[in-house]
Design a protein around this ligand. Sequence first.
Ligand code: 5GP
Length: 127
Amino acid sequence: MAVSGLPPYDEANIFARILRGDIPCRKVYEDTWALAFHDIAPQAPVHVLVIPKGPYCSFADFSAEASSEEIAGFIRAVGTVARQLGLEPPGYRLLANMGTESGQEVPHFHIHLFAGRPLGRMLPGVG
Ligand code: 5GP
């Protein structure tokens, strides 16, 4: 069991295959630490996924196991993507699912970046 409570990192997960270039993606940004690409099933006019290049299952795994350099590089990459997409302003939302109750589908840590319309309250049906 990985630190996140998820099973060990699965090298066959879809984002690992994208990182290896086995399957294509619509790339938005790439640097040493991160790859950003459009979500295949967008839930907002802008829906970009930013993933670290290392093999981390989840936020818990990444935050516990990645080096300070990787963490800093990844967080900076998320900010760079938002700026390069021209989203500061008008604004955007970041979201990371972790584990079963969050509905995490792909077991490679990723941050969703949503923008392009008023995004409403944080959770459906609340407030
Ligand atoms: P999660 O539910 O794990 O937080 O989000 C996984 C996201 O990955 C979903 O929004 C889903 O649409 C996206 N996704 C799944 N498979 C692919 C794929 O092959 N390519 C791209 N670009 N996105 C994918």
